[in-house]
Design a protein around this ligand. Structure first.
Ligand SMILES: O=C(O)[C@H](O)COP(=O)(O)O
Length: 208
Protein backbone atom coordinates (compact mmCIF):
# COMPACT_ATOMS: atom_id res chain seq x y z
CA UNK A 1 0.00 0.00 0.00
CA UNK A 2 1.32 3.44 -0.92
CA UNK A 3 0.22 6.66 0.76
CA UNK A 4 0.63 10.24 -0.43
CA UNK A 5 2.02 13.14 1.56
CA UNK A 6 2.06 16.60 0.02
CA UNK A 7 3.99 19.35 1.80
CA UNK A 8 3.60 23.03 0.87
CA UNK A 9 5.25 26.12 2.31
CA UNK A 10 2.83 29.06 2.58
CA UNK A 11 2.91 31.83 -0.05
CA UNK A 12 4.73 35.12 0.53
CA UNK A 13 3.53 36.93 3.68
CA UNK A 14 3.48 40.67 4.39
CA UNK A 15 6.53 40.21 6.61
CA UNK A 16 8.43 38.12 4.03
CA UNK A 17 7.89 41.04 1.66
CA UNK A 18 9.21 43.52 4.24
CA UNK A 19 12.21 41.22 4.92
CA UNK A 20 11.33 40.86 8.62
CA UNK A 21 12.01 37.84 10.84
CA UNK A 22 8.54 36.41 11.31
CA UNK A 23 8.54 33.24 13.39
CA UNK A 24 5.33 32.98 15.43
CA UNK A 25 4.00 36.42 14.41
CA UNK A 26 0.91 36.23 12.30
CA UNK A 27 1.00 38.42 9.17
CA UNK A 28 -1.37 37.85 6.23
CA UNK A 29 -0.37 36.67 2.77
CA UNK A 30 0.47 39.35 0.22
CA UNK A 31 -1.28 39.44 -3.16
CA UNK A 32 1.80 37.65 -4.57
CA UNK A 33 1.52 35.09 -1.76
CA UNK A 34 -2.08 34.36 -2.73
CA UNK A 35 -1.01 33.97 -6.37
CA UNK A 36 1.78 31.58 -5.37
CA UNK A 37 -0.69 29.52 -3.36
CA UNK A 38 -3.08 29.42 -6.31
CA UNK A 39 -0.36 28.44 -8.79
CA UNK A 40 0.72 25.59 -6.54
CA UNK A 41 -2.89 24.48 -6.23
CA UNK A 42 -3.32 24.55 -10.02
CA UNK A 43 -0.28 22.26 -10.30
CA UNK A 44 -1.87 19.88 -7.79
CA UNK A 45 -5.05 19.87 -9.84
CA UNK A 46 -3.20 19.33 -13.12
CA UNK A 47 -1.30 16.39 -11.65
CA UNK A 48 -4.55 14.85 -10.37
CA UNK A 49 -4.04 15.41 -6.63
CA UNK A 50 -7.66 16.26 -5.96
CA UNK A 51 -8.64 13.46 -3.60
CA UNK A 52 -6.96 14.11 -0.25
CA UNK A 53 -8.42 12.39 2.80
CA UNK A 54 -7.33 15.07 5.26
CA UNK A 55 -5.28 18.24 5.60
CA UNK A 56 -3.09 19.67 8.35
CA UNK A 57 -1.83 23.20 8.88
CA UNK A 58 -0.37 25.40 11.61
CA UNK A 59 -1.93 27.86 13.98
CA UNK A 60 -0.83 30.76 11.77
CA UNK A 61 -2.92 32.67 9.23
CA UNK A 62 -0.42 32.59 6.33
CA UNK A 63 -0.40 28.78 6.27
CA UNK A 64 -4.16 28.47 6.85
CA UNK A 65 -4.95 30.92 4.03
CA UNK A 66 -2.60 29.08 1.67
CA UNK A 67 -4.34 25.79 2.53
CA UNK A 68 -7.75 27.40 2.01
CA UNK A 69 -6.73 28.56 -1.48
CA UNK A 70 -5.43 25.07 -2.31
CA UNK A 71 -8.56 23.28 -1.11
CA UNK A 72 -10.85 25.65 -3.00
CA UNK A 73 -8.92 25.21 -6.24
CA UNK A 74 -8.91 21.41 -6.06
CA UNK A 75 -12.59 21.33 -5.01
CA UNK A 76 -11.93 19.81 -1.57
CA UNK A 77 -13.10 22.47 0.86
CA UNK A 78 -15.11 19.88 2.80
CA UNK A 79 -12.28 17.59 3.97
CA UNK A 80 -11.21 17.51 7.64
CA UNK A 81 -8.60 20.18 8.44
CA UNK A 82 -6.53 20.07 11.64
CA UNK A 83 -4.83 23.31 12.74
CA UNK A 84 -1.96 22.63 15.10
CA UNK A 85 0.54 24.89 16.85
CA UNK A 86 3.10 22.06 16.63
CA UNK A 87 3.35 22.81 12.89
CA UNK A 88 4.14 26.53 13.40
CA UNK A 89 7.25 28.21 11.99
CA UNK A 90 10.27 28.17 14.29
CA UNK A 91 10.10 30.80 17.00
CA UNK A 92 12.62 33.51 16.10
CA UNK A 93 12.76 34.84 19.69
CA UNK A 94 14.30 38.30 20.00
CA UNK A 95 14.85 38.54 16.25
CA UNK A 96 11.08 38.48 15.60
CA UNK A 97 9.97 41.66 13.86
CA UNK A 98 13.50 42.84 13.06
CA UNK A 99 14.55 43.58 9.51
CA UNK A 100 17.01 40.88 8.35
CA UNK A 101 19.46 43.50 6.96
CA UNK A 102 19.29 45.57 10.16
CA UNK A 103 20.00 42.43 12.18
CA UNK A 104 23.09 41.78 10.01
CA UNK A 105 24.26 45.33 10.71
CA UNK A 106 23.73 44.88 14.45
CA UNK A 107 25.18 41.37 14.95
CA UNK A 108 27.23 40.84 11.77
CA UNK A 109 26.58 38.77 8.66
CA UNK A 110 28.11 35.60 10.08
CA UNK A 111 26.21 35.54 13.38
CA UNK A 112 22.88 36.13 11.65
CA UNK A 113 23.67 33.37 9.13
CA UNK A 114 24.45 31.02 12.05
CA UNK A 115 21.10 31.80 13.67
CA UNK A 116 19.24 31.32 10.40
CA UNK A 117 21.05 28.33 8.95
CA UNK A 118 22.84 26.37 11.63
CA UNK A 119 21.07 23.28 12.89
CA UNK A 120 21.46 23.64 16.61
CA UNK A 121 22.26 27.27 17.49
CA UNK A 122 19.02 29.03 18.52
CA UNK A 123 18.59 32.78 18.07
CA UNK A 124 18.34 34.55 21.46
CA UNK A 125 15.12 33.41 23.15
CA UNK A 126 14.04 31.42 20.09
CA UNK A 127 14.21 27.95 18.51
CA UNK A 128 16.97 26.37 16.44
CA UNK A 129 15.92 23.99 13.69
CA UNK A 130 16.82 21.20 16.12
CA UNK A 131 14.38 22.55 18.73
CA UNK A 132 11.76 23.10 16.05
CA UNK A 133 12.11 19.47 14.94
CA UNK A 134 11.73 18.34 18.57
CA UNK A 135 8.23 19.81 18.71
CA UNK A 136 7.17 19.16 15.08
CA UNK A 137 8.26 15.53 14.76
CA UNK A 138 6.46 14.00 17.78
CA UNK A 139 3.22 15.45 16.39
CA UNK A 140 4.02 14.42 12.81
CA UNK A 141 4.98 10.89 13.88
CA UNK A 142 1.87 10.47 16.00
CA UNK A 143 -0.86 12.22 14.05
CA UNK A 144 0.19 12.42 10.39
CA UNK A 145 2.68 9.73 9.36
CA UNK A 146 0.57 6.73 10.52
CA UNK A 147 -2.20 7.87 8.16
CA UNK A 148 0.23 8.02 5.23
CA UNK A 149 1.62 4.57 6.11
CA UNK A 150 -1.98 3.40 6.06
CA UNK A 151 -2.28 4.45 2.41
CA UNK A 152 -4.11 7.75 2.97
CA UNK A 153 -3.60 10.97 0.98
CA UNK A 154 -2.57 13.81 3.28
CA UNK A 155 -1.92 17.48 2.58
CA UNK A 156 0.28 19.45 5.01
CA UNK A 157 0.59 23.20 4.43
CA UNK A 158 2.93 24.91 6.85
CA UNK A 159 6.26 26.78 7.09
CA UNK A 160 9.87 26.68 5.88
CA UNK A 161 11.30 25.32 9.10
CA UNK A 162 8.46 23.07 10.28
CA UNK A 163 8.50 21.43 6.84
CA UNK A 164 12.31 21.17 6.87
CA UNK A 165 11.95 19.16 10.09
CA UNK A 166 9.53 16.76 8.39
CA UNK A 167 11.67 16.45 5.24
CA UNK A 168 14.79 15.76 7.33
CA UNK A 169 13.00 12.90 9.06
CA UNK A 170 11.41 11.44 5.90
CA UNK A 171 14.60 11.60 3.84
CA UNK A 172 16.82 10.62 6.77
CA UNK A 173 18.98 13.70 6.27
CA UNK A 174 21.38 15.06 8.86
CA UNK A 175 20.79 18.47 10.43
CA UNK A 176 23.65 19.83 8.34
CA UNK A 177 22.08 18.53 5.12
CA UNK A 178 18.64 20.00 5.74
CA UNK A 179 19.53 23.51 6.94
CA UNK A 180 20.54 24.74 3.52
CA UNK A 181 17.59 23.19 1.70
CA UNK A 182 15.40 26.09 0.58
CA UNK A 183 11.68 25.52 0.07
CA UNK A 184 9.93 27.66 -2.53
CA UNK A 185 6.76 29.43 -1.38
CA UNK A 186 3.52 27.81 -2.54
CA UNK A 187 5.21 24.91 -4.37
CA UNK A 188 3.82 21.46 -3.42
CA UNK A 189 6.30 18.65 -2.76
CA UNK A 190 4.73 15.23 -3.29
CA UNK A 191 5.96 12.08 -1.56
CA UNK A 192 4.64 8.59 -2.23
CA UNK A 193 5.48 6.46 0.78
CA UNK A 194 5.01 2.72 1.26
CA UNK A 195 3.76 1.08 4.45
CA UNK A 196 7.35 0.60 5.69
CA UNK A 197 7.99 4.35 5.45
CA UNK A 198 10.13 4.03 2.32
CA UNK A 199 9.82 6.89 -0.17
CA UNK A 200 8.94 5.36 -3.51
CA UNK A 201 8.58 8.65 -5.37
CA UNK A 202 9.23 12.36 -4.79
CA UNK A 203 8.04 15.13 -7.10
CA UNK A 204 8.22 18.91 -6.80
CA UNK A 205 5.24 20.47 -8.60
CA UNK A 206 6.83 23.64 -9.86
CA UNK A 207 4.88 25.60 -12.50
CA UNK A 208 6.78 26.09 -15.75
O1 LIG B 1 10.12 33.25 10.02
C1 LIG B 1 10.71 33.78 9.07
O2 LIG B 1 11.20 34.93 9.14
C2 LIG B 1 10.83 33.09 7.72
O3 LIG B 1 9.63 32.66 7.27
C3 LIG B 1 11.78 31.93 7.76
O4 LIG B 1 12.98 32.47 8.03
P1 LIG B 1 14.36 31.87 7.46
O5 LIG B 1 14.40 32.20 5.99
O6 LIG B 1 15.40 32.59 8.25
O7 LIG B 1 14.34 30.39 7.71
Amino acid sequence: MVGTLVLTRHGQSEWNKLNLFTGWKDPQLTELGREEALKGAQELKKAGYTDFDEAFTSDLTRAQTTLGIQLKEIGQEGIPVTKKQALNERDYGELTGLNKDDARKKWGEEQVHIWRRSYDVPPPGGESLELTAKRVLPYFDEAILPKVLDGKKILVTAHGNSLRSIIMSLEKMTGEEIVNTELATGVPIVYKIDSDGKIVEKKILESQ
